[in-house]
Design a protein around this ligand. Structure first.
Ligand SMILES: Cc1ncc(COP(=O)(O)O)c(C=O)c1O
Length: 399
C-alpha cells in the first residue's frame, strides 16, 4: 500500500474494522439502557385499562435511542405492536428480526410503496379511499387480504380521513374484500397542554368527536378492529383515552410529557450522552473563548475542550446555557458551541484531564441533566432534542 501524500510504502495487515477495532467511546457517544425501556413499558402498561394493548413508537430510530434495541426491550416489557414513521424504518426493523405487527404512521401513497409495505409484512396508515383502493387491488392481485389501519382526523389536521366524510366512506370501505381493517385510529394534537382536562380543551373535543364517529360507524360487536387514540400524554390523562391500544413514545423513553405526572410513576431515562475531554488549556483573565468572543474569562480559567458540537446534535442555541457533569459535580459550558467541539470551565477541578469522560445528558452521582431541561433552554420540545442526535454519535447498549 502506498501513502497518497508521501509516497511511502507501508504494509499494515489491514485497516481497522470500525465495529471491532475502533473504540466507540473514543469521542462522544450515546448510551442506551434497554432495561430502562423494559421497566418503563411494564410500568406504563400497569396504568392501562384492562386488555388495552401497548404499541411502542420507535420511529426516528427509536427517538434517537436505536429502534432495534428499543423494540427488543419494549417487547420484553410487553409491547404488542410497534409504530414507525417510514417504509424504510419498517423494512429495517422487520429485517432485524422483529416479529410483532409494525404500523407505518406516515402516509404511503404510491402503488409501489404500498406493494413493498405488503410484501414486507408491514401495515400502512390509510387516510383516503384512493389509497384504500390501491391496497384492495394489491390484496386481490395476491388473492389475500391487505392488513391496514384507517386514520380519521379529529383535530390535528395532518393525516386521516375528514371526520365529516368518514362515516359514509367507511360504508364503502367495508365492501372491499381484499383488505383487513386491523385498526381505526386518530391522533391527539394537544394532550400535553396544561388544559387537557378542561371539557372545552382541544383534547376533550377531539375525544368527543372520535367517540361520536365510532358510534356512527356502528361496528359489529364481534369485530376485531383495534381502536387507538392516545400518545404518551393521552394515556396519562385518564382511561377515557385508552380504547384497545395506546401508541406510546416519549414516556417509554423515560420522560413525562405532562407537568403533573402520576406520582406513582417513576420513569427511568434510557439515554445518556457522554463525551471525552480531548484537550485542556489554561487562559488568563479577559481572554475570549470560541467564535464571536461571546464569553470572556473573568479570572484565570482552566478549559476542557469536549469532542462534541452541533454537528452531533447539540443545539447551538444552548451555548453558555448548559452544564456538564463530572464526578457528581456540574461544570458550566462556556462560549459558542462549535460544529464539532465545545468548551467547559473546569477551573474548580483538579481531576479532569484529557481522556476524562463527562456527562451531557443523564446522571452521574446524584446529579442529572435531562433533555427536558435542554428543551426548555433552547425553546423546543424534548422530542426534537432526542431526534436531533446524528449518526456520527455511536450508540452503545449497556445491557
Ligand atoms: C401518530 C403518532 N402516535 C403516537 C405518537 C407517540 O407520541 P408520544 O411520543 O408523545 O408518546 C406519535 C409521535 O409523534 C405519533 O406521531
Amino acid at each position: 500500500m502506498q501513502n497518497r501524500q508521501t509516497n511511502q510504502v507501508f504494509n499494515f495487515d489491514k485497516f481497522p474494522n470500525f465495529e471491532k477495532d475502533v473504540d466507540l467511546k473514543q469521542r462522544a457517544w450515546i448510551e442506551v439502557k434497554g432495561k430502562a425501556i423494559e421497566t418503563n413499558v411494564r410500568q406504563l402498561r400497569s396504568k392501562l385499562s384492562k386488555n388495552c394493548q401497548f404499541m411502542a413508537v420507535v420511529k426516528a430510530d427509536g427517538y434517537g435511542h436505536d429502534a432495534k434495541v428499543v423494540s427488543e426491550y419494549a417487547i420484553k416489557g410487553g409491547a404488542s405492536e410497534l409504530g414507525v414513521a417510514t417504509l424504510n424504518e419498517g423494512i429495517k426493523l422487520r429485517s432485524s428480526g422483529v416479529k410483532k405487527p409494525i404500523l407505518i404512521l406516515g402516509n404511503l401513497y404510491t402503488k409501489r410503496d404500498l406493494n413493498i409495505c405488503f410484501k414486507n409484512d408491514l401495515m400502512p396508515t390509510i387516510s383516503s379511499l384512493r389509497e384504500c383502493l390501491i391496497c384492495n387491488n394489491i390484496g386481490k392481485h395476491f388473492g389475500l387480504k391487505f392488513p391496514l389501519h384507517l386514520k380519521v382526523d379529529t383535530g390535528m389536521s395532518r393525516l386521516g380521513f375528514e371526520s365529516n366524510k368518514f362515516v359514509q366512506q367507511f360504508e364503502k370501505i367495508k365492501s372491499f374484500e381484499n383488505i383487513l381493517i386491523e385498526g381505526i385510529y386518530s391522533h391527539l394534537s394537544s394532550a400535553d397542554e396544561a388544559n387537557a382536562l378542561d371539557p372545552k380543551s382541544i383534547t376533550q373535543l377531539q375525544r368527543l368527536k372520535f367517540n361520536e364517529l365510532l358510534k356512527q360507524i356502528n361496528l359489529d360487536r364481534n369485530n376485531e378492529i383495534k381502536i387507538h387514540f392516545a400518545n404518551s400524554a393521552g394515556m396519562l390523562i385518564n382511561k377515557d383515552f385508552h380504547f384497545h391500544m395506546v401508541r406510546v413514545g416519549l414516556s417509554m423513553y423515560g420522560y413525562s410529557p405532562l407537568e403533573k405526572i402520576d406520582k406513582n410513576l417513576s420513569l427511568k431515562p434510557a439515554l445518556s450522552l457522554k463525551v471525552k475531554v480531548a484537550f485542556t488549556r489554561t487562559i488568563d483573565k479577559d481572554v475570549s473563548v470560541s467564535y464571536g468572543g461571546k464569553f470572556v474569562s473573568h479570572r484565570k480559567t482552566k478549559l476542557a475542550v469536549l469532542s462534541i458540537g452541533y454537528a452531533d446534535g447539540v443545539p447551538r442555541n444552548l451555548s453558555g446555557k448548559i452544564n456538564v457533569i463530572h464526578n457528581n459535580k456540574f461544570y458550566p459550558q462556556v462560549g459558542s458551541i462549535t460544529m464539532d467541539q465545545m468548551m467547559v470551565d473546569i477551573t474548580d477541578s483538579n481531576e479532569i484531564k484529557v481522556g476524562s469522560t463527562m456527562v451531557l445528558l443523564g446522571s452521574d452521582g446524584d446529579k442529572t441533566i435531562s433533555p427536558l431541561e435542554w428543551a426548555i433552554k433552547s425553546d423546543t420540545i424534548p422530542w426534537e432534542i432526542l431526534c436531533s442526535f446524528k449518526n456520527r454519535l455511536p450508540k452503545v447498549q449497556l445491557d
